[in-house]
Design a protein around this ligand. Structure first.
Ligand SMILES: *Cc1c(COP(=O)(O)O)cnc(C)c1O
Length: 278
């Protein structure tokens, strides 16, 4: 079916299916992995706030957006504010320094998953300090696990340095884990996703070098096509969009490119839309 829109009534069913799959994937996880209940972040980018409200009504609390402007609008939507007081927003897109203050102003901002430099961490730290809100804001550091130039995120050495910087010099930030997007379209019949393996390895190195307990460093990896696999290999945070809210449609290809450029949506994710279109 072309461009079938997910109606509010479908969201509950789709959400329940994903939640069930997450439970089963968790039970298949190796006993060697930290015993952490994975968190589902429902990614609503390009979808109307009404669908998020519907998911909230079905018990979903964590939501992700990757455009600052779209998050600002959704988080201050009157329905969201009145019906979803306990909503927890995750920012999962590329963050530019000039957008930090705007992002920090978002009501119910819970976590920024995409810190990719010490300078950005400093800026977020300062901005959060000024807001004088909760004591600390949760942050993850984004790792470029595929080492492709087109991707945002840090290399091996930079990851350790950035985390060390956050721990030592950003008192208003709480470092909670590592995040990756990974390459698009990896074929799981080829074996475990190498991006996920790199993130797992990176966490081990980080914990060894900075003396952190493994179970205190989360892994954010896995999207609609591979969240179950991601959980099996150690994800504690999966970001699922289209499986819950339906395929994303953009007015036209040009519009999509513009959007992805301006808003900083990683090209590989904009690419997913094209790749999955019927
Ligand atoms: C859009 C997006 C997702 C969700 O992608 P789906 O394939 O729709 O599940 C996950 N992570 C990031 C960073 C995204 O931008």
């Amino acid at each position: 079916m072309i461009g079938r829109a997910v109606m509010a009534a479908d969201v509950g069913l789709r959400l329940r299916a994903v939640t069930e799959n997450i439970k089963m994937a968790t039970s298949r996880r190796s006993a060697a992995l930290p015993d952490v209940t994975p968190r589902l972040v429902a990614v609503g980018k390009t979808k109307p706030a009404a669908l998020m409200v519907e998911a909230y009504r079905h018990g979903q609390r964590h939501f992700g957006e990757n455009y600052v402007q779209e998050l600002v609008e959704k988080a201050s939507d009157s329905q969201i504010l009145s019906v979803c007081p306990d909503i927890k927003w995750h920012f999962i897109g590329h963050l530019q320094k000039n957008n930090v203050n705007k992002l920090i102003g978002v009501p119910n901002l819970f976590m920024i998953e995409t810190i990719d430099s010490s300078k950005l961490a400093d800026k977020v730290n300062q901005s959060w300090q000024k807001k004088q809100a909760a004591p600390r804001l949760k942050v993850m550091v984004q790792v470029n696990t595929s080492e492709e130039d087109s991707k945002h995120g840090l290399s091996v050495e930079e990851t350790v340095e950035t985390v060390r910087h956050i721990l030592s010099s950003c008192p208003c930030l709480e470092f909670v884990g590592l995040m990756t997007i990974g390459r698009y379209g990896y074929d799981l019949s080829q074996g475990p996703n190498p991006d996920f393996q790199v993130l797992v390895t990176r966490r081990k190195e980080l914990c060894d070098q900075l003396n952190l307990p493994l179970e205190t460093v989360e892994l954010s990896m896995g999207m609609s096509t591979d969240y179950e696999h991601a959980i099996e290999v150690g994800a504690t945070n999966v970001r699922v969009g289209s499986t819950i809210f339906g395929e994303r449609t953009y007015p036209n290809k040009m519009g999509m490119d513009e959007t992805s450029k301006e808003a900083g949506e990683p090209a590989e994710i904009a690419g997913r839309v094209t790749a999955k279109a019927p």
